[in-house]
Design a protein around this ligand. Structure first.
Ligand SMILES: [Zn+2]
Length: 94
């Protein structure tokens, strides 16, 4: 992920909740996390903390996995051409 420069991001990053994308109002409390993420509620911020922790665990596990199985086992995605649409991944959002 490419991070925009701090100057470019400063005016827009608090417009919406980093988790549920709800619009943040300047009149309401914004819950900050890691200094650059704003959330509409404590619950959203907590969800993001949990997501980050899970992601870090996955990343650590992924490195081990790759070393064991080799890169192609994890990253090769079969592409079916001319047989309808590829299966859609459904993102589970808690
Ligand atoms: Zn939210």
């Amino acid at each position: 992920m490419v991070r925009p420069r701090a100057a470019a991001v400063s005016c827009s990053f608090l417009k919406s909740c980093s988790l549920c994308r709800l619009e943040l109002s300047p009149n309401k409390d914004v819950y900050m996390y890691r200094g650059d993420q704003g959330f509409c509620s404590e619950e959203c911020r907590w969800q993001q903390i949990l997501l980050d922790e899970a992601r870090e665990r996955d990343a650590a596990a992924g490195i081990k996995e790759r070393q064991r199985r080799g890169p192609q086992a994890r990253y090769h995605t079969p592409v079916v051409v001319g047989r309808g649409r590829p299966p859609r991944k459904t993102l589970a959002v808690a």
